[in-house]
Design a protein around this ligand. Structure first.
Ligand SMILES: Cc1cc2nc3c(=O)[nH]c(=O)nc-3n(C[C@H](O)[C@H](O)[C@H](O)COP(=O)(O)O)c2cc1C
Length: 334
């Protein structure tokens, strides 16, 4: 049915063990058992967002996801989580097939620990040199994510990253492209450039199975691309990773938070690492308020620029079928 698309996705499909090489990138608070299982059951690859979860909570979430799907799914771990080693151990106990290390350069030993229990390690890399180093060092696949994406982002657009990374890496490595993808024609284009598959977040965040609050989903349906803006760094010393979210009052609260953390730094009460953790705790809390409580005014409604194409609630399987149909049509039109 999707012959041409599947043929270009072949390596991604073999790597993920799925029907289609379409990943739903982990979204903190959104990517829990229901959405993850729905994506995997629809032939894609769901990824649990561990975020700031404790090892006990992650253990329960993996078990609950397994109860909802027999298909492969992954777990996304944030590298700066203080209990990263314990979280990898939880993945090992559950024999999680794929672990995505996100939010920074994987600390020494983390990729090895994943591979030691037979898991596949997926990593992000902001530069080509680092990507090569990580792949040489044993990482099994790479995700390149451009600045169009929702959530924490780097400074370079997906289209530019694709042109830089794919010609150098795609022949020998499994590379997924993420950021700003909302239509199958775009998926087809990245596959033709050599990507093994793609990762989408924003397009799936409001699926029927997503537990995101109805107000969060409505905010997505109303928003245009230009509403999904990046956070501003107040103090250049602060290790702030820019975050893309819908413009609201929460943006001002982030400014206040940065001033507060900068004062703690000045007073010597926290070091850089602790400052970064403070900032990340702020985001986790703000995102929870938006996703779970529906506070879309002061919470953080993280969304990518492709949010303008998200206009209604649909089952994950319908979104998947639409994307695959569009990709196939684009390839057939040649
Ligand atoms: C609400 C939201 C929360 C996110 N949380 C995480 C996260 O916890 N870990 C992560 O690696 N990426 C996170 N992301 C990024 C997604 O996994 C994915 O890479 C991104 O959404 C792809 O770009 P797109 O939004 O343009 O589709 C998040 C994205 C959104 C929209």
């Amino acid at each position: 049915m999707y012959d041409k698309t599947h043929s270009l996705m072949q390596r991604g499909i073999a790597f993920l063990g799925t029907e289609h090489a379409i990943m739903c990138g982990a979204m903190s608070w959104v990517s829990e058992r229901n959405l993850v299982a729905a994506i995997s059951n629809a032939g894609g690859f769901g990824v649990i967002a561990c975020g700031a979860m404790t090892p006990e909570l992650l253990d329960a979430e993996i078990a609950a996801t397994k109860a909802l799907t027999a298909k492969p799914f992954g777990v996304n771990l944030i590298t700066m989580h203080p209990l990263l080693t314990d979280l990898i151990a939880v993945c090992a106990q559950h024999r999680v097939s794929h672990v995505v290390l996100a939010g920074g350069i994987p600390p020494r030993g983390s990729v090895e620990a994943i591979k030691a229990f037979g898991g596949k390690a997926l990593v992000f890399a902001p530069t080509l040199a680092l990507a090569k180093r990580l792949l040489r060092g044993g990482a099994d696949a790479l995700v390149i994510e451009g600045s169009e994406a929702g959530g924490h982002i780097g400074p370079v657009a997906t289209s530019v990253l694709a042109q830089e990374f794919l010609p150098e890496l795609a022949e020998d490595h499994v590379v997924f492209v993420a950021g700003g993808i909302g239509n199958g024609a775009m998926i087809a284009a990245y596959l033709e450039m050599g990507a093994s598959g793609v990762q989408l977040g924003t397009r799936f965040a409001c699926a029927t199975e997503s537990i995101a609050h109805p107000a969060f989903k409505q905010a997505f349906f109303r928003a245009n691309a230009r509403d999904a803006v990046t956070s501003v760094q107040v103090d250049p010393r602060l290790p702030v990773i820019p975050v893309r979210a819908l413009k609201n009052k929460g943006t001002e609260e982030f400014t206040a938070k940065q001033i507060e953390v900068a004062k703690l730094l000045d007073a010597g009460e926290v070091d850089m690492e602790a400052a970064q953790l403070e900032i990340e705790k702020f985001w986790a809390g703000a995102l929870r308020r938006a996703v779970i409580d529906g506070d879309i005014e002061s919470g953080s409604v993280m969304a990518g620029q492709i949010v303008g194409l998200v206009t209604s609630e649909e089952p994950a399987s319908a979104i998947m079928a639409q994307l695959m149909g569009e990709a196939e049509a684009a390839l057939n039109a040649k």
